[in-house]
Design a binder for this molecule. Structure first.
Ligand code: ZN
Length: 301
């Protein structure tokens, strides 16, 4: 049987409440906000609401791919690296980060094992539904952080065609992975795919998945088999030059270069998040544009 004396008396409860209310305001102000995960999938529903509020509606969609990366790097290199950079950036400048996304353009690697190449219509439809659903959940500014060169035509096209009908959100595309100058010297002249830079970055994000001893087992040289000038574009250009999905010399990678480049990438994404948070023009003018586009003959001059 419980003793009655264990229960706090009513006056004692009232005293406690008075004590709480009389705490100086600074005590409340100094309490740090509870730490929130930046991972969309790790948040509870109510924490997600707080995350959207804290991020000012800015959500990141790190965009990777699944394709061969030379003889020495994992298929998910672009996905793993872009998520490493985006997640670390969002820890510094809070934003909600969408789960793994790798449904991009990679038709040119379909002859290699392990490639996941979705059809053109599905790439666009899935990306549109994904950003629509993100926006329905409060992401009014969606920053797509690209980690795969094969998306370089897809993503600006996707962003440009957001103007074809009204959306209550803005799509931003960002791709700044490798510094053009500074840091440890780059000795790999090609350095495009699974080369010195990409291998060095993987040595930082997922060193256990890098196989430096295999890096020289295939050629990453330019095969230069297409004899037309570079200002004439064909879809087969990559295969004519780099049929082994390797461009550069992964064996020249170093952790020192990886540290420098990964820090550059994270810092670049932090600055991009800050710019997007501060952008109060794009959404407003986008709305104005959509409205005017319904009656073009009335617009001036
Ligand atoms: Zn890559």
């Amino acid at each position: 049987m419980r003793s009655r004396s264990c229960r706090p008396s009513l006056p004692a409860i009232l005293l406690l409440c008075v004590a709480c209310l009389s705490l100086p305001a600074t005590t409340w102000a100094q309490a740090p906000p509870p730490k929130l995960s930046v991972h969309w999938e790790e948040l509870t529903a109510s924490d997600f609401r707080e995350g959207i509020h804290r991020s000012q509606g800015v959500c990141l969609l790190p965009f990777g791919i699944i394709e061969k990366h030379g003889p020495h790097l994992p298929l998910g290199t672009d996905l793993l690296d872009v998520r490493f950079a985006a997640l670390h950036a969002a820890e510094q400048e809070y934003a909600v980060v969408f789960p793994e996304y790798y449904f991009g353009q990679i038709a040119e690697a379909k002859h290699e094992p392990g490639t996941m190449a979705y059809s053109r219509n599905l790439q666009l439809a899935l990306l549109q539904e994904t950003t629509d659903e993100m926006a329905r959940n409060g992401c009014k500014k969606i920053l797509i952080v690209n980690g795969h060169g094969g998306n370089n035509s897809l993503l600006p096209f996707f962003a440009q065609t957001q103007l074809d009908k009204p959306h209550d959100y803005v799509v931003y595309i960002f791709d700044e992975r490798t510094p053009r100058q500074g840091g440890p010297a780059r000795t790999d002249k090609l350095d495009m795919h699974a080369g010195q830079s990409e291998t060095s970055k993987m040595m930082i994000s997922h060193p256990e998945l890098v196989h430096p001893d295999r890096a020289a087992s295939e050629s990453g040289a330019d095969q230069a088999r297409q004899k037309i000038s570079e200002d004439i574009y064909t879809g087969i250009w990559w295969y004519t030059r780099f049929p082994f999905h390797y461009s550069g010399e992964g064996a020249t990678a170093t952790r020192e270069l990886g540290e420098y480049q990964m820090k550059f990438w994270i810092d670049s994404v932090v600055k991009a998040i800050q710019q997007v948070k501060g952008d109060d023009v794009s959404l407003k003018l986008q709305k104005e544009f959509y409205e005017k586009s319904t009656h073009p003959l009335d617009t001036q001059p």
